[in-house]
Design a protein around this ligand. Structure first.
Ligand code: ADP
Ligand code: ZN
Length: 731
């Protein structure tokens, strides 16, 4: 028989399938990893097909060895590999590597196997002793240890020598059983809350499990009990002997959240995330593959969990940016989820209080069902949101970061013994320019996105069309010369708070304070247990944390994400404000949100204040349609990176030339095609150029295939080229 093998070497010239002979002594299956001779060396590879014949004209080599005692890649995943490779223009082996723990390659991590020795069935200690010669001291020693139930071979071997154990086994007096020891991520068990689902929750479960759509958007306000719905659906799925995949954004994978799953489902849950050690990760993955665990809970990559017979896939906080991978190999989690749903004839649930525009559009067009939850559990009210105009604040003489209103509310919250969370979005790295007087933000004339300041050439530039603008000395609207670049940090907020409220206990949470493993959880549990009065933080504090004593949420500089140089700014800001507000007043206490902004009249804020997602959606989708932005178009970026600027430029020009020619012949498929330097011109000493395209969705698969063809045909010596679709981040 012939095995078709993909070798585990990631270069373009070996990205194909090679034929090898299967030695008759070897029992091999599609999906097995094997060792094969390749060139002058031996390398690892994956069997993706087994056939009787070959088209190969030269003599074939034989497979040298089988690497695992199980089949690591399921047939489903082989099919997925072909699809992802084709549609996302990925190397086959890069896709396969997504499916297995990294450390498995090269045998850098293994199962821990131990041997347990007991007296053989029906053999008593006395029987066994009577069969031994008088001088078999060590064998006698071993037996004396087995009388009370058995012992590890390693322990016996150390004391009496392994030959004594095997001699007894050969005589049939003892049995040696292989036991696998699993490395398990330590999880503090939380008490499983037994809840009775509300009518609204029960109806949602019924619709997900037995409704007419296999895919549903679970659109429920924060605190509406979505997690309980997921748990119930998973329970139903397990009862039919099927399996489940539950995805959450990496940042929400808190011990509290995983504890909830562990408390409900015990050992049936395996977790997959980046915080695990290599051994833990491998063993959790193996527990799934071997069917010891049937629920995979994890971040994005858990969508590749090695489980058969998937009954349900849940993507919580589906709008979260972390579901689109930014590094190679780039993929979109929901597309993989849709493939696995269809393959397994399973259910798919996308949950969010603030669905992405793309998802909501698809749902409103009937591509999936919508299940709406309008109320918080126990009738807890949505928090009251107050918008503070920071321009007015400046006019009244307050130049600080915190408005008078926010300070007053913090004070009141401190006095009442409750907790506050202050959120600051520090993502506005590449600074936008704003007038401190009237709040005018400099924008591109052509694209309606805010301009980004490029320090190197002191210009403002549009990240969508590349058009440069001179940095204005005065505000073009009100004539004031008080233009500034928006940027403040969490440290300064903490300083200001400390100056104002010297006795308040403050904790800061951002990338700097959470570098150490475990520090993230430490900060959160310290805050939960009341060790601090105020938590100041970035994005990290936004996600799904349930703090019963938080009654005040402050959002500083909400504009930062609004004017982040990106067409999704408004969408992101809406999501952020809503998620952040969701932190206030979770238990029986009412919550309040103070939202500071330089553009209080921006439509985002009133929709967010009124919790009017639909209003926001209608307004925003309209703008996207008129301005030709996603989901009505696709933004495709071809990024060229090279240590030589000349080389990057040359390659960009060459592809741009071909893409323009294609655009000319298919004018109705493009809104624009432009080449330029990347916003961040040099990263890690490599020059970055890009071609930006906006494609209409007409024949988009064909257009994309042609783009890939053009990119692939290029000689990429001394350079790398990446194609990104609707990139989340445009540096
Ligand atoms: P969401 O994920 O929609 O924000 P959660 O599922 O986290 O909401 O639920 C919010 C809180 O309400 C949690 O503390 C949860 O335990 C509780 N809860 C959910 N459903 C019920 C219920 N039916 N009865 C009582 N408490 C519930
Ligand atoms: Zn522009």
């Amino acid at each position: 028989m012939i095995a078709r093998v993909i070798v585990d070497i990631s270069t373009s010239d070996v990205d194909k399938v090679f034929d090898y002979l299967i030695p008759s002594s070897m029992d091999l299956h599609v999906g097995d990893r094997v060792k094969v001779p390749f060139g002058r060396q031996k390398t690892e590879g994956f069997i993706v097909d087994i056939r009787e014949t070959t088209d190969c004209s030269h003599p074939m080599k034989e497979i040298t060895a089988k690497l695992d005692d199980f089949t690591p890649v399921l047939p489903e995943m082989i099919e997925l590999m072909w699809k992802m490779s084709r549609e996302n223009n990925l190397r086959l082996v890069d896709v396969l590597r997504l499916f297995i723990p990294a450390m498995m390659r090269g045998g850098r991590v293994r199962e821990i196997k131990r041997h347990f020795v007991t007296l053989a069935d029906g053999v008593t200690y006395e029987d066994a002793l009577s069969k031994l010669k008088a001088n078999a001291v060590n064998q006698r020693g071993v037996l004396s240890r087995l009388t009370d139930g058995g012992e590890w071979a390693a322990v016996l071997g150390e004391e009496f020598g392994f030959s004594a154990v095997s001699a007894l086994a050969e005589k049939g007096l003892v049995t040696v059983r292989e036991v696998t020891k699993r490395r398990r991520p330590g999880l503090k068990p939380v008490q499983d809350k037994v809840v009775t689902l509300s009518d609204e929750q029960q109806a949602a479960v019924r619709e997900i499990m037995h409704g007419k759509s296999d895919t549903n958007l679970l659109f429920g306000v924060t605190g509406s009990g979505k997690t309980e719905i997921y748990l119930k659906c998973i329970e139903e799925v397990l009862a039919t002997r099927k399996t489940a995949i539950m995805l959450v954004p990496e940042i929400s994978l808190t011990p509290q959240m995983m504890g909830r799953f562990r408390a409900r489902f015990g050992d049936k849950v395996a977790v997959l995330h980046s915080g695990l050690s290599d051994g833990e990760r491998y063993d959790e993955w193996l527990r799934l593959l071997r069917g010891e665990a049937v629920i995979a809970v994890g971040a994005r990559s858990a969508i590749f969990a090695p489980i058969k017979n998937v009954g349900i896939i849940i993507i919580d906080e589906e709008h979260d940016g972390s579901y689109v991978s930014e590094n190679n190999p780039r993929y979109v989690t929901s597309e993989v989820a849709e493939f696995r749903r269809a393959y397994n004839n399973a259910k798919l649930v996308l949950g969010s209080a603030t669905p992405s525009l793309e998802t909501f559009k698809r749902a409103s067009e009937g591509e999936m069902g919508i299940i709406e939850l309008r109320h918080r559990i126990n009738g807890t009210k949505m928090p009251q949101v107050e918008i503070v105009d920071m321009c007015a604040e400046i006019r009244s003489g307050n130049n600080g970061i915190l408005s008078a209103k926010l300070l007053e509310e913090i004070d009141a919250t401190l006095k009442s013994g409750n907790q506050s969370m202050i959120f600051l979005n520090r993502r506005g790295f590449a600074s936008f320019m704003i007038c401190r007087k009237c709040g005018k933000v400099m924008k591109c004339d052509d694209c309606d996105v805010s301009l980004t300041w490029h320090k190197q050439d002191n210009l403002l530039k549009c990240h969508y069309c590349g058009k440069p603008y001179v940095v204005p000395e005065k505000c073009p609207d009100c004539g004031e010369s008080d233009m500034r670049f928006g940027r403040v940090g969490t440290e300064r907020v903490v300083e200001e708070l400390h100056a104002r409220f010297p006795s308040a206990r403050l904790i800061r949470m951002d990338k700097d304070t959470t570098r150490k493993k475990g520090s993230y959880d430490e900060i959160l549990s310290a805050f939960r247990s009341g060790e601090a009065d105020i938590l100041v933080g970035t994005q990290m504090i936004v996600k799904g944390h349930d703090f019963p004593n938080v009654t005040l949420v402050g959002i500083l500089d909400a504009d930062m994400s609004l004017y982040y140089e990106d067409y999704h700014s408004a969408e992101r800001t809406y999501q952020l404000v809503t998620q952040m507000s969701g932190r206030a007043g979770r238990a029986d206490k009412e919550g309040k949100v103070i939202l500071q902004t330089y553009s209080p009249r921006h439509y985002i804020f009133s929709f967010a204040r009124d919790n009017d997602y639909l209003g926001f959606y209608r307004k925003e989708i309209n703008i996207r349609e008129v301005t030709n932005f996603p989901p009505f178009t696709k933004i495709v970026r071809v990024l060229v990176v090279s240590e030589s600027e000349e080389r990057a430029l040359e390659l960009t020009k060459s592809m741009l030339f071909k893409l323009r020619a294609y655009q000319k012949d298919h004018a109705d498929r493009f809104v624009m095609v432009a080449g330029m330097k990347s916003p961040v011109k040099r990263i890690e000493n490599k020059y970055r150029y890009q071609i930006l395209m906006r494609m209409t969705r007409k024949d988009e698969k064909d257009t994309l295939a042609r783009v890939y063809e053009i990119v692939n045909a290029e000689d990429k010596k001394d350079a790398s080229v990446f194609v990104e679709i609707n990139p989340q981040n445009m540096n």
